[in-house]
Design a protein around this ligand. Structure first.
Ligand SMILES: Nc1nc2c(ncn2[C@@H]2O[C@H](COP(=O)(O)OP(=O)(O)OP(=O)(O)O)[C@@H](O)[C@H]2O)c(=O)[nH]1
Ligand SMILES: [Mg+2]
Length: 305
């Protein structure tokens, strides 16, 4: 039995974008266009974030299902660690309905003794409209409505869109970090690693190509890592999917430094990707430090709530 699995629930009104978010995280972009409303709920058990197996419950948001979840004596919500509450920011007419569902869900969970961490996704904040007056107004409006609720839990808001996967990833990783407090230590480990390896920037991604942590001494170095890192991780993941042997290290000489990409295996199975940008060619130094950082990451992800 795989114990200690993190249980994540995606909830919100129908049409708010929950299933699309899951598909975007899985990079199943083609499937998004054929999406139908979710019937009742679905459970995905094959996700790994931060190397941690997570279960994602996608609760269809149509009215009849909403009422059902809140009447089933907590079977749906039992042992939930983290909830993403998704709101369609382009649909202000339904804000009240969404917030009412939110509050009823919180009340219900408190009644059955649950207090999961909650992240609110102000979703469909698409890149090309996110700075328009209309969207800013909607965001302000919905936040005001949330602020009027009885303050029993701490909420974090993220503006997301399926057209901005990086932002969506950030919200997801932040959620995991909220549910797993120890992962803040991961950032510390990466800072330390950057110093010890004389790097200008270091980045860690997981096998979903989510950026888990990054450390850098300047923006140029950071940008080099964050632009190239996801491409390399993506390429490697695809090669694995097609049973091809991916590179064990990729090294590129740049105008003003060296870039390294290295997949690492943790606990034998989980894949992570490390990206480094260094002034001098220092792969030897990095290789020497790898066992210790690998061990550290491994220790961190073993700890699940
Ligand atoms: N513009 C825009 N549209 C989105 C975004 N995310 C999802 N959509 C669209 O919103 C619609 C509903 O998406 P779904 O993912 O099916 O919504 P859902 O929340 O799973 O709906 P239910 O399963 O009925 O609860 C689809 O037409 C998506 O293409 C987004 O970030 N921006
Ligand atoms: Mg759905």
């Amino acid at each position: 039995m795989s114990e200690n699995i993190l249980k994540i629930i995606m909830m919100g009104l129908d049409n708010s974008g929950k299933t699309s978010i899951i598909y975007t995280l899985e990079q199943r972009f083609a499937s998004i266009y054929a999406l139908k409303p979710t019937v009742s709920f679905t459970v995905r058990e094959d996700f790994k974030i931060l190397g941690i197996p997570v279960k994602i419950w996608d609760l269809g948001g149509q009215k009849q299902y909403r009422d059902e979840y809140l009447s089933k004596k907590g079977f749906i919500f039992g042992e939930t660690n983290l909830i993403f509450f998704v709101i369609d920011i382009q649909d202000p007419k339904r804000f009240s309905e969404a917030i009412d569902y939110f509050q009823r869900s919180i009340d219900f969970m408190q009644k059955i003794g649950l207090s999961p961490k909650i992240i609110v996704l102000l979703h469909k904040t698409d890149p090309e409209i996110k700075d328009t007056k209309k969207i800013r107004k909607n965001i302000e409006l919905v936040k005001t409505q949330f602020a009027q609720l009885p303050k029993t839990i701490e909420l974090d808001f993220y503006e997301t869109s399926i057209y901005d996967r990086e932002n969506l990833s950030k919200a997801f990783v932040a959620g995991i970090f909220k549910a797993l407090p120890k992962t803040a230590v991961l950032q510390e480990a990466l800072n330390e690693f950057m110093k010890n390896s004389d790097s200008l920037a270091v980045m860690l991604l997981d096998e979903n190509v989510l950026i888990l942590a990054e450390a850098s001494i300047d923006t140029t170095a950071r940008n080099i890592c964050s632009i190239s890192g996801p491409y390399f991780a993506n390429m490697t993941e695809k090669m694995i999917k097609y049973n091809l042997m991916p590179p064990s290290v990729l090294e590129a000489q740049m105008e003003d430094g060296w870039l390294f990409h290295k997949p690492i295996k943790i606990n034998g199975t989980s894949r992570f990707y490390l990206v480094f940008f260094t002034k001098e060619r220092s792969l030897d130094k990095i290789n020497k430090l790898l066992p210790s950082i690998t061990q550290e990451i491994s220790n961190l992800i073993k700890y699940v709530v």
